[in-house]
Structure formats: C-alpha cells, structure tokens
Design a protein around this ligand. Structure first.
Ligand code: AMP
Length: 512
C-alpha cells in the first residue's frame, strides 16, 4: 500500500486532467504532477541519499510545491512532516530535531527567519527552498515509480499544536490515511473529476489531508494566490473553477458569511464547505445556511484520528422538518463508517445515550501512537481506545454533541460548566460578534466564569443585557461574572480560538 499510487492511477487513467491551479491559472495536468513527484522522489533517494522511512519536513504556506513534495516523499517511501508555517523558528527547530527530519522543504518567505534555528541540527542534511533553482533541478530528475510500502508504515508525522507542554508527533500510517480517504466518500461527500478542491486552510493540517480524495478522482487542486484566507478571493476562485469543495474552520465559515452579507459575491461555484476543527455555534450555522445555502457538511476529528471521528452529512442540514433539526445541527453528527465512537466514564466504562463523558474512538484511522513518546501513547491509547480529551454525549439516534475539551471545562463550586453552552447563549445577542468563555481561579469557588466578547462593528453592548440573556436560558451559576471586551479573539492560523492565551490574559501573563 502506498498513497502515491493514488496519483499514479489518476495520471494513467486521466493524464490530461488539469491537476494544479495557482489562483485562476492552471499550472499542469496529472501526468506532469506525477512526473514532478517521481522526479523529486528520485532526487531525494539518489541525490540526497534518503532511505525508506526517513522523514522529510515541509515548512511552507500553501503553494503548488506542497503537493509535489508530499507525493515525492511518498513515491520514495519516506514520511512527511508537515509543519505549521506560522510557528516560531524555535518551535520549528523542536519539531525538526524531534522528528529527525533529514531534509526540509521551506518556503522562500520563511527561509531567512528559519536559518539560524536549523543550522546546528545534526539529522538535517539539506534545506531546499521551494521554487529555487535547486528545487527546479531536483524536480527535473528522471522520475521513479512509487516504492512498495506496508500498510503500517509511517506516512505523515503531524505535530499537535501543543497548547500544554511540548508538541507531540502524531504518527499516521499509510492505512490510517487510506481509511480516512475512503471515509470521505462514505461519510462526507462525493467527489468527481469535474470538481476542484480549494485550499482555503493550511495544507499542513486537515485541508491538506483532503488532497487524497481529490487526487483519487483526478479533480483539480486550487491554491489561492494570497497564500492565506481571503474570503473575497475564495468566492472569486469558486466562481471561476465551479464545483469547488473546501475544508474550513468555523471561524473561516463566519468570514465567508460576512463577506457574502456585504454583497457582490456569487456562492454558486461552491459545491461543499466541510467545516470542523472547532465548535460551530447554532446561531452561526443557521446564519451560514441562510446566507450561503445548503452546502455544508461537518466533520469532527483530531490529529490522532484525522478528520474521521463523526460527520454530520448534507442531508441533516436539509431536513429542517425533522423534530430534532436544531439539536442535530448543534451536534457533530454520527460516527464515521470506519470507526467506533463511544462515550466513557472516568473508569473506562461505556456510558449510555444521554450521559456525558469522554469521547473515545477506535478503528483504522486511529494513530498507532506518538513518535518516540511511549508514555503519552500508553496514556492516550489505553484500553485500545483513543482518548480524545473531548467531552460529549450521544442522543438516542447516535448523534454526538460535544461539550468541550475536558481541559476547558470550568469547575465552579463543584459544578461542571461547559463554556460552549454559555457561548451559545451569548451569541444570541445581536451585538455579540464573537465570544469565548474561560475559567479564572477563584479562592472560594475554585473557578469563576469569564466571557471575552467581540462586539458587532458599530453596535453598543450593555453587559446587563448579556446577564439577562443568560438568566433567561441557563442556570444562574453558569453566567459569566465578568465580561471583557476585545477587538478580536486570538486565533491560530488553523482558525482555532486560543483559549490558553485568553487564560493567560486573566493571569496577567499575556497581552491585555
Ligand atoms: P486538532 O488535533 O488540532 O485537529 O484538534 C482536534 C480538536 O478540535 C478535537 O479534539 C476537538 O476538541 C476539536 N474539534 C474538531 N472538530 C470539531 C467539531 N466539528 N466541533 C467541535 N470541536 C471540534
């Protein structure tokens, strides 16, 4: 089993199918994409002396070279280490050292900032700048065919964002990624040759993992020229390419909706927006459905079972007549077909529908473990289940509703408060644009609830109104004791709200 064969297959069946576009410009077809990948692979093996199993890191923002390098790595039987290109040089250095990467492909924009941090890494033999003369030379070598790999061989080594402690390397095997890809077709969406996948979010993360399903059907891969998330650009590209699918974090969906509300955009080119990676509030998805129409699928996954824990399929968004429609769109859907998903209590016992506990997963998408970290592996995979650290509850129909990450749960006066529940209520207020609720240490109660609020531009907000809203909808002890207004919430480049930074602001250790 080698994921690279997906590309070889499409290049044989459909050599002239357009493969890669930079903005509106098609760069090359499947035959050329496969040739470039095969050439890079031969250069990595013969020119740079890499052996099957060696790691090759990628620190690049979205660009056409991303796909070529990924497939080049797999053709040569190597493992890819995709690095979030917004990390600090020191953080990248840690990942490069921990993974023992032999070669780093770096974007020209970050190469200078990175160079002092990579100079003394013993395992790193070469840094290749994407698009440089050297890169072009490597991708012009006589191409090789993919090497045979075993299903359990490492394909992708992904470092978790590491909000606490050092990031951990999630090992994903060929089998993990192949199963994830088949789940795309069974649980997420159909994909076809006429489609295009638009990389609106970083390819180093979930968006990049959706390349496989689209390579498999010889669809187009569209890289926005801006290299970042620009809602206007995305609508323009969708209008141009048509049948466009993309993965977007909920915060990105929100920006698309706001752009559409400002007018002058045409959403008809968007076939599917798969969202996930963080909570989507009911108010926000209702608004997105009203403004952009029924183009949505939700997935819930985590690096350790990539994109593949549950999914909320398109039909659940369209079935408004269903008596539990609102609960369903507030949920993350049902278990994807290749995995078992349960909710466990602290003692590892399965809980029935209606009871809240930790979400656990097992199946062929679940990582075999963390790289060189037996302790974290044993802890996370205990009893044969992946312990997600997410708190959730199933309903009687098999729909899972996530409460929060267990570390985000606020315990006040001995009661659990799920920030998301409070956030959902605050978002009902028309002047609340964004909100994030965290806990602050309290001498008497253990923790108290604090809400960070971003107001809608041009609107006034009286906190008494927020208090009244909470008293109307949730128990008194859950309502925030303080509201702090911010111009924007801190987010990472995957669009996730950084609650750790908000907590640091409260302890005075972060920016105020
Ligand atoms: P990461 O490993 O960085 O992809 O983060 C995974 C975490 O993001 C999960 O464990 C969840 O806490 C959260 N997450 C992912 N998908 C969803 C979703 N659809 N709704 C709410 N939270 C999500």
């Amino acid at each position: 089993m080698n994921l690279a064969n997906l590309l070889v297959r499409s290049a044989c069946i459909d050599p002239q199918a357009p493969a890669v576009a930079m903005g509106k410009r098609t760069l090359y077809d499947y035959r050329e994409l496969a040739r470039r990948a095969g050439a890079l692979a031969a250069s990595l093996r013969d020119g740079l002396g890499l052996q099957p199993g060696d790691r090759v890191a990628l620190a690049m923002s979205n660009c056409p070279a991303y796909l070529e390098v990924l497939y080049g790595v797999w053709f040569a039987g190597l493992a890819a280490v995709p690095i979030n290109c917004k990390l600090h040089g020191r953080e990248m250095q840690f990942i490069l050292a921990d993974s023992g990467a032999s070669v780093l492909f770096a974007g020209a924009d970050i190469a200078d900032a990175l160079s002092p941090h990579v100079a003394s890494l013993p395992s790193l033999r070469r840094v290749v700048i994407a698009g440089s003369a050297e890169y072009e030379r490597l991708s012009a070598a006589p191409a090789m065919r993919p090497l045979a790999r075993a299903a359990d061989d490492l394909a992708w080594l992904f470092y978790t964002s590491g909000t606490t402690g050092r990031p951990k390397g999630v090992m994903l095997s060929q089998r993990n990624l192949m199963t994830m890809t088949l789940c795309y077709f069974s649980d997420v969406d159909v994909a076809a040759r006429e489609d295009a996948i638009l990389y609106a979010a970083p390819m180093s993360h979930g968006a990049g993992l959706y390349n496989f399903a689209h390579v498999l059907v010889a669809a187009r891969h569209v890289i926005p020229e801006s290299g970042s998330f620009d809602a206007q650009e995305i609508f323009g590209l969708a209008e141009h390419h048509r049948n466009v699918s993309m993965f977007a974090a909920p915060t990105m969906v929100k920006r698309l909706v706001e752009q559409a509300e400002r007018g002058g955009v045409d959403a008809s080119g968007i076939k599917t927006i798969v969202y996930g990676g963080g909570p989507m509030y009911v108010e926000d998805i209702e608004r997105a459905l009203a403004v952009l129409g029924q183009r949505f699928v939700q997935i819930y996954g985590q690096g350790e079972s990539p994109m593949t824990i549950t999914a909320l399929a398109r039909r659940h968004f369209t079935n408004r007549a269903h008596p539990r429609f609102r609960q369903r769109i507030a949920s993350v859907g049902v278990a994807q077909s290749a995995v078992e998903v349960c909710v466990h209590d602290d003692a590892g016992r399965e809980l029935p529908a209606g009871e809240t506990g930790e979400v656990v997963v097992r199946g062929d998408t679940v990582m075999p473990g963390y790289w060189n970290n037996r302790e974290a592996t044993t802890e996370t995979l205990r009893g044969g289940w992946l312990h997600t650290g997410d708190v959730g509850v199933f309903d009687g129909d098999g729909f899972l509703t996530l409460r929060d990450r267990s570390k985000d749960v606020i315990i006040s006066g001995g009661s659990n408060i799920y920030p998301r529940e409070v956030e959902e209520v605050l978002l009902m207020h028309p002047a609340v644009h964004e909100v994030s609720v965290v806990g602050r240490a309290h001498p008497q109660w253990g923790e108290e609830v604090v809400a960070f609020v971003v107001t809608e531009p041009g609107m006034q907000l009286a906190t008494e109104e927020l208090d009244a809203l909470c008293l109307d909808h949730i128990a008194r002890f859950k309502r925030p004791r303080q509201y702090l207004l911010l111009p924007a919430l801190p987010k990472n480049n995957y669009g996730k709200v950084l609650k750790s930074e908000l907590r640091e602001m409260l302890t005075g250790r972060g920016p105020q």
